[in-house]
Every structure is written in C-alpha cells, then in structure tokens.
Design a protein around this ligand. Structure first.
Ligand SMILES: [Ca+2]
Ligand SMILES: [Ca+2]
Ligand SMILES: [Ca+2]
Length: 278
C-alpha cells in the first residue's frame, strides 16, 4: 500500500494522513476501554460513519491504542460485502447495505486514493454492482469501541429481529432475481448471509434469529414453496421408477419367460408320456 515519498501515490498518501490528523485533532482524544472480542468500532468520516466488527484481539488492541493515542493515527482498510451484518449503520441509525468482511480488516498509516471514499460512496458502489471491494476512508477516525451486541438477521439494525426485519425481507426477496444489485436501492441490506442474493436462505436465518415474541412466521414465498414442491417431486420420482419397473418386467417376460414356460410344459409332457410317448 505504501509508495515512495516522492511519487504521486506518495503525495496522495500524505494527503490521506493529513486528513486523518486534522479530523483527529478536531474530534479530540477518545478514551479506549478494555473490551473483549468480538467488538464493534465506529469509524467516523467527514460525512457519515460506519461500524466495523473486530474478532481479532491483536487488531482490537491496535485499534484501542489508536483511539487512546498511544499508537500513531492509522486508518481502517477492508473489503466490503453485501448486507449490513446486523450492525453497520450510519450515525443517525440508517442501515448501510454493506459491511467490511471481518477477515479483511486491518489498519494502515497510509492508503491509495483509489479506495478512499465516504460510506455513501460504498453504498452507491453496492447498488451499482461494483466489483471493486476495497475501502480505505482517508478521513475515517476510529472511536466508540464497545462489546458486540449485534444480531446477524437484524436487517434494520434496531437491536432486535422481528416484524420490521421480516417486512424488509418480504419487500426485497425475489427468487427470480438472484443478484441483490438488481433490486431497489437499499435491498442489499437484507442480504443476511452476504451471498448477493435475497432469497429463502436469508429467510431461514431470519427465522432462526427471531427475537420478537411469538414464533417467527418467515417470508410468505418461502413458507409456501419448498415442502409441496419437494413432495410432488418425490411422487413423480416414485411413479417414474414404478413405470420403468413394469416396462422392464414385461420385456423380460416377452424375451425370456415364454420360452421357459414352453420348455417346462414339454418336460411335463415327456415325463407323463414317457421317452417314447412322442
Ligand atoms: Ca430489527
Ligand atoms: Ca443472501
Ligand atoms: Ca442464497
């Protein structure tokens, strides 16, 4: 990621560092706490914020060091995937349609300009179906490290999995449109398993993660579909096997059964009449 200081990329990296330093001084030093992994960390940019989930204790210690000011300012870098993971939202609570894949997240003192941007930049990329996944917000400042209390199926990131999440999934689910990019803006937030489809796999996760009172109803299209289709398919298979069995048996009778019966009748006649009976 780093480049020689005299190169253009090097100047761009210094610009990124400068932005970090200015915003850090304007926000003041945040206090680091002893939080266990997994933890949630808020990254605040010039315009909007997002949340990163951290399961690596070494990375979390680094982040806490940066937040406390005992380590030099560093920015977060990672690769986005669809779905908000049940935790990624803006400061005003609006859920994003993406989150950074945990295994891809690291800190760096500099980053290339190509992956810079605001959280809304990434939101636009998700909805455009961009294949460029790297995100390294130059203005991103780490802060608010806390224990992870998120729920993976919490599509609207309100702290519970319930009717509002189901309503969102029902609105976005489309079994004929496998890629969530093709759906209305914001629907990629409903991709609970981050496979870029809004389908019955996501519904199964929502049902499994249901925290509201009562049993989870699940999406109508998924509740109606799988079992009858499977039963009908099984009956068709049984009927096909029976038909094949009948055809084979008839053909065996035709080719082998009749000569065998004729031979037995001939033997009986010979035994009854004796060897000279013919
Ligand atoms: Ca919810
Ligand atoms: Ca999915
Ligand atoms: Ca799927």
């Amino acid at each position: 990621m780093r480049s020689p200081a005299r190169s253009t990329a090097g100047r761009r990296i210094r610009c990124g560092l400068f932005a970090l330093a200015v915003l850090a001084s304007s926000l003041g030093g945040a206090k680091a706490g002893a939080v266990d992994v997994p933890a949630l960390v808020t990254v605040t940019t010039f315009d909007g914020s997002f949340v990163v989930r951290v399961s690596d204790p070494v990375l979390l210690a680094q982040i806490e060091g940066v937040v406390a000011g005992t380590l030099p300012q560093m920015g977060v870098i990672g690769d986005w995937v669809t779905g908000n993971g049940g935790y990624n939202r803006d400061a005003d609570g609006t859920p994003w349609s993406w989150h950074l894949a945990e295994s891809s997240v690291f800190l760096s003192e500099g980053a290339l300009e190509i992956c810079d941007g605001l959280p809304s930049t990434i939101e636009a990329r998700v909805n455009l179906g961009s294949s460029f996944r790297r995100y390294c917000p130059w203005s991103g400042i780490l802060g608010n490290v806390r224990a992870d209390d998120s729920l993976p199926a919490d599509i609207d990131v309100d702290g519970a999995v319930g009717p509002s999440d189901l309503a969102r999934l029902e609105q976005c689910i489309d079994l004929d449109q496998p890629v969530c990019f093709d759906l209305a803006d914001g629907c990629c937030a409903a991709d609970i398993d981050s496979d870029e489809q809004i389908d019955c796999d996501d519904d199964a996760l929502l049902v499994a993660g249901w925290t509201a009172s009562g049993s989870a109803p699940g999406a109508t299209v998924c509740a109606a579909q799988p079992i009858p289709a499977l039963t009908a398919g099984r009956w068709l298979l049984v009927a096909s096997l029976l038909s094949i069995g009948l055809v084979v048996r008839r053909s065996q009778r035709a080719s082998f059964g009749e000569p065998r019966r004729a031979e037995i009748r001939s033997r009986i006649r010979r035994r009854w009449r004796g060897p000279s009976g013919r």
